[in-house]
Design a protein around this ligand. Structure first.
Ligand code: CA
Length: 222
């Protein structure tokens, strides 16, 4: 899952980005409305955290710009405590959720998880695919009850496929959603990661669809 953080407060931006990265997401960052607007229009994010008080272009205008451009990713807005009217204009502009500053980072992480799973049509924070269970709260994976240790890239790959299970995901889509913009992206590495992930899981839940990509699906019962 790849996220965008638009926040002009440098310390807060860094704090949010670090927490999200530690939780296993690929994260891009912008420090003003203009940069945020551009990134949100041109890059495919799974969710965005957007401050409303931003230099150059304010947050509400940024959000309106994305929605006008047909961008439907979930957007969580950050608002100041006493500005209830900000929340209203944020929701009217197309926000999906909000967090009031100052906030606990754990609450922000929980709300991001909820937005991501709702966008993918899941009701709980645990994703299940046959014998594989992925706990998005703890970033943990269990196969037949046994914990499996994955690197952050392997986890991200599995989480993306499981959020979209039953649908074919192309290698290009994976590259776009697993790495941040500064990463040296190479779609050949995806194949390597899929190979390693399959070996670690030890069960057939990731199928290759020749020429199209990969699909996470529960193995057929014998
Ligand atoms: Ca601000």
């Amino acid at each position: 899952m790849r996220l965008l953080v638009v926040e002009d407060d440098k310390d807060l931006n860094r704090q949010i980005v670090t927490a999200l990265e530690n939780a296993g997401y690929a994260v891009d960052k912008a420090f003003d409305g203009e940069e945020g607007l551009y990134l949100g229009e041109t890059e495919p994010y799974d969710a965005v955290i957007l401050d409303l008080g931003l230099p150059k272009v304010d947050g509400v205008a940024v959000l309106q710009g994305w929605r006008r451009a047909g961008k439907t990713m979930p957007v969580l807005i950050l608002t100041a405590r006493d500005r209830w009217s900000d929340k209203v204009s944020g929701f009217d502009a197309g926000a999906d959720d909000y967090v009031v500053k100052p906030f606990h980072i754990e609450e922000l992480l929980a709300r991001v998880r909820a937005l991501l799973r709702r966008a993918a049509g899941h009701a709980t924070s645990e994703l299940i695919c046959g014998p594989v269970r992925l706990d998005t709260r703890a970033s943990r994976v269990v196969v037949d009850g046994n914990p499996v240790k994955l690197t952050s890239h392997e986890y991200r790959l599995l989480a993306y496929l499981m959020h979209h299970q039953g649908r074919v995901v192309s290698r290009t889509e994976l590259v776009e959603h697993l790495y941040d913009q500064d990463f040296d992206r190479d779609s050949n590495t995806i194949e390597v990661f899929v190979g390693r992930l399959r070996k670690k899981l030890g069960v057939e839940v990731i199928e290759t669809v020749r020429g199209l990509g990969y699909i996470a699906a529960a193995p057929a019962k014998v």
